[in-house]
Design a protein around this ligand. Structure first.
Ligand code: PMH
Length: 373
């Protein structure tokens, strides 16, 4: 795919080959005939949904999963034939589009089925996946009665098809199996209450697929974080049967270099003051790019070594403390590998006391995603 021209040197570089290789490795871990649902919601966790979906399909994904109907529309505009599942709630006004463009929707309430009726004359058929809330507490039916009533309501309508059923686990990435087992039990109990097993049963996210009972792979698994080369948790990392390669890096270049004399300060609040003469570099990335102010103090890679972000991060620019006066245009890696040294998404996540999932998602749309094949 063509990379568009950007004049600012700040960019996220996405290694599509790494994503391809990760999926190939993950695929080898699957039971025979288990499909791969590539979770490309939220712009493929910030990596770029079209390019990631294209890579995932080439690597063997059998379905794409998105969070919202709008994401499904975006996907369908680029991929005509692959099955697309909307994992989240969809307003019933989306039914005509879903029917026309073969988008599979998640259903979890009879109320929705009722509302949907007004759109039925417009549409032919819509494929639905039943969502069971087995303990995540987000969306889904929680009892056998609810599930069976919903199932029957769908079966009784000529406009809907029960194509699948799924649930999502809250603690699959943790060592303690207690809560996980409870969720599995409830899911199985509800699944068994149906007169017939839907075509596609899927419950496993990355962690479930990699470290839990293989029978939980059912008909398909939903891979998100692992495709991107990241681990759902350190615990899953300990048990990981093969290496994953991170696909996301973030870089920019020096746009200004100056000598700061001892006692001089930089940034809003003037809260960094040089203790001795030093070199300060300015980089064109700031909190409006998703590099939020709490990342002040984080290190970057430059010229074969490291430098620290000093002073408050501004909206569009930040300053780094350098050992020497590098040239304007010198490459600055915020996330990625430089020779033997690496700053990872997990480093940012621990600095921000959050999870790795969040980091590429919050790098804003102002940062172009460039693709390396
Ligand atoms: N299936 C559903 C329903 C999900 O919500 C997610 C991730 C996945 C599969 C993929 O999980 P994985 O990335 O661990 O493989 N959803 C989210 C979320 O809502 N917040 O963080 C991750």
């Amino acid at each position: 795919m063509e990379n568009k021209i950007n004049y600012r040197p700040t960019k996220a570089v996405i290694d599509l080959q790494a994503i391809h290789q990760n999926i190939v490795s993950l695929r080898q871990h699957l039971q025979p005939n288990v499909g791969i649902i590539a979770v490309v919601k939220a712009n493929a966790y910030g990596h770029g949904d079209i390019e990631v979906a294209n890579t995932a399909i080439n690597a063997g994904a059998t379905m794409l999963a998105v969070a919202t109907p709008d994401e499904a529309v975006h996907m369908r505009e680029h991929f005509k034939y692959i099955d697309i599942l909307v994992l989240g709630a969809t307003p019933s006004s989306f039914i005509p589009y879903a029917s026309k463009e073969n988008i599979t929707l998640t259903v979890f309430s009879e109320e929705w089925m009722e509302q949907a009726k007004q759109y039925l004359p417009l549409s032919n058929q819509v494929k639905l996946h039943l969502k069971i809330d087995s303990g995540m507490g987000r969306i889904g039916v929680t009892t056998q009665e609810e599930l069976v009533m919903l199932y029957e309501a769908i079966q009784n309508s000529e406009h809907f098809i029960v194509d699948g059923i799924f649930t999502h686990f809250a603690t699959a990435d943790e060592e303690d199996n207690g809560y996980f087992e409870k969720q599995v039990c409830l899911f199985k109990e509800l699944l068994n209450a149906l007169p017939e097993k839907p075509r596609l049963v899927h419950v496993a996210n990355t962690a479930t697929t990699l470290v839990k009972e293989p029978s939980l792979q059912y008909d398909a698994v939903r891979f998100g974080i692992s495709m991107y080369g990241l681990l759902p948790s350190p615990y899953v990392g300990e048990l990981l049967p093969f290496p994953l390669k991170p696909a996301f890096s973030l870089e920019t270049q020096l746009v200004h270099v100056k000598k700061l004399k001892a006692g001089q300060s930089v940034g809003y609040g003037a809260n960094f003051t040089a203790e001795q003469d030093c070199f300060i570099g300015t980089i064109p990335i700031g909190y409006a790019d998703g590099m939020i102010r709490r990342l002040s103090g984080q290190e970057v890679l430059i010229g074969g070594g490291r430098a620290q972000i000093v002073g408050r991060i501004c909206m569009d620019q930040s300053m780094i403390l350098m050992k020497e006066a590098y040239n304007i245009g010198e490459r600055v890696l915020l996330i990625g590998r430089q020779q033997e040294d690496e700053i990872t998404i997990d480093d940012w996540a621990s600095k921000l006391e959050t999870i790795n999932y969040e980091i590429p998602c919050v790098i804003t749309g102002r940062v172009p995603r460039m693709y390396k094949n």
